[in-house]
Write a protein that binds this ligand. Structure first.
Ligand code: ZN
Length: 300
C-alpha cells in the first residue's frame, strides 16, 4: 500500500467519525469504568460500547427476570466483569455471538458461558490467543482513548475459557420471563449466531451485520454462507424491528438487511458494480460501498 492510498480496512484518523451521532438518542449511564460508554438501549438492555479502540466493539447486557445475559465479553482492555457487577445483581450467562477475539476476551472471568457448537469455536476456547497474535490491535493509530489504569498492554492476550453450554441452531436461552432464540448465521465466521427476542422485537446480529464495512474476506469468512445467512435473517425479520450489532452503532432499522442481502448476491454474480481493490499481505480484497454499509470480499 502506498502512503497516498487510503487503507480500505483501517482509515487514517478513523476516530474523526467519533462520537457517532446515533448514540445521542440513548440515555448514557455513568459507571466507574471509563473505558466503556454504557447506554440504555431499552429499559432492560444496556449497550457496553468500547469507542476507544478501532473496532468500536459493542457488548450487551440483557436483563431477564431471573438471569442476565451478557452478549459478548468485549476486547479485554476494560474491566467487563467489574462493569457488569456494577450494573446488575442478577446471575450472568455469557452468550457469544462468535469467538473472534474482540468478543470473547473476558469470557474466562464468567462461570456460565454459552457458545455455538462448531470446531472453530471449540478450538478458540482451548487456545485463546497469545500476545503476539493480538498486539497489532493496540498498535499506533488503533487506540484513541487512554487505556484503562492497570491494563498491561505489553502482556495483553486472550485467555482460553471454559464453555458450560454448547449451543445449536434453534436453541433458546431462558432468562426468566425473557427468551433469546439462537439462529446460526455463518459467513463472517463459521460459528456466528444471531439472537432473537421476539417479545421485545430485538435482533442481535454480532458481526454478520454492523454499520461499517462488513468483512467477508478473512480466513474464516465465506460469501456463500453469508448470503444464505442473510436469506434466513431477512425471512425472520417479521419477528423483529431493531438490529443490535457487535460494532460501531446500535438499534439499527432492520430495512438495511435486505439491501446487504441483495448487494452480496450481486457481488457473487459478478454484478456488484464499482469496487476498490487492495492487496492486504497477499490477500486481494474488493470493497463495495453502499449507503450505510460496505462489503469487503476476497477477489474472485
Ligand atoms: Zn468478528
Amino acid at each position: 500500500m502506498s502512503d497516498s492510498q487510503e487503507d480500505l480496512i483501517v482509515p487514517r484518523k478513523w476516530h474523526d467519525a467519533l462520537p457517532r451521532e446515533s448514540w445521542k438518542q440513548f440515555e448514557r449511564v455513568g459507571t466507574g469504568h471509563s473505558w466503556f460508554e454504557v447506554y440504555r438501549v431499552t429499559t432492560d438492555v444496556y449497550a457496553l460500547y468500547e469507542p476507544g479502540q478501532f473496532q468500536e466493539v459493542i457488548s450487551y447486557l440483557v436483563l431477564g427476570g431471573e438471569r442476565a445475559c451478557l452478549v459478548d465479553t468485549g476486547f479485554g482492555m476494560g474491566d467487563m466483569r467489574g462493569l457488569v457487577d456494577e450494573l446488575t445483581d442478577l446471575p450472568i450467562t455469557v452468550v457469544n455471538t462468535h469467538t473472534h477475539v474482540d468478543h470473547v476476551a473476558e469470557n474466562n472471568l464468567f462461570d456460565d458461558v454459552a457458545v455455538f457448537d462448531h470446531p472453530f469455536a471449540r478450538e478458540n476456547a482451548v487456545t485463546g490467543r497469545d500476545h503476539e497474535s493480538v498486539k497489532r490491535s493496540l498498535s499506533e493509530g488503533m487506540v484513541w482513548k487512554p487505556l484503562p489504569e492497570g491494563f498491561n498492554a505489553d502482556m495483553w492476550y486472550i485467555p482460553p475459557f471454559r464453555v458450560t453450554r454448547w449451543l445449536h441452531d434453534g436453541d433458546t436461552v431462558d432468562l426468566g420471563g425473557r427468551t433469546l432464540e439462537v439462529h446460526h448465521t455463518p459467513g463472517h465466521s463459521p460459528d456466528s449466531i444471531c439472537l432473537l427476542d421476539r417479545e421485545a422485537r430485538l435482533f442481535w446480529t454480532g458481526d454478520i451485520f454492523y454499520n461499517a464495512p462488513l468483512y467477508v474476506y478473512g480466513a474464516t469468512a465465506d460469501l456463500d454462507d453469508f448470503i444464505e445467512s442473510y436469506r434466513k435473517m431477512v425471512a425472520l425479520s417479521r419477528h423483529y424491528n431493531w438490529l443490535l450489532p457487535g460494532h460501531n452503532e446500535t438499534y439499527v432499522d432492520k430495512e438495511v438487511l435486505a439491501r446487504v442481502f441483495k448487494t452480496a448476491e450481486d457481488i457473487r454474480a459478478g454484478e456488484g458494480g464499482e469496487y476498490r481493490e487492495q492487496d492486504r499481505r497477499g490477500t486481494v480484497i474488493h470493497r463495495y460501498d453502499r449507503e450505510g454499509f460496505a462489503i469487503i470480499v476476497r477477489a474472485p
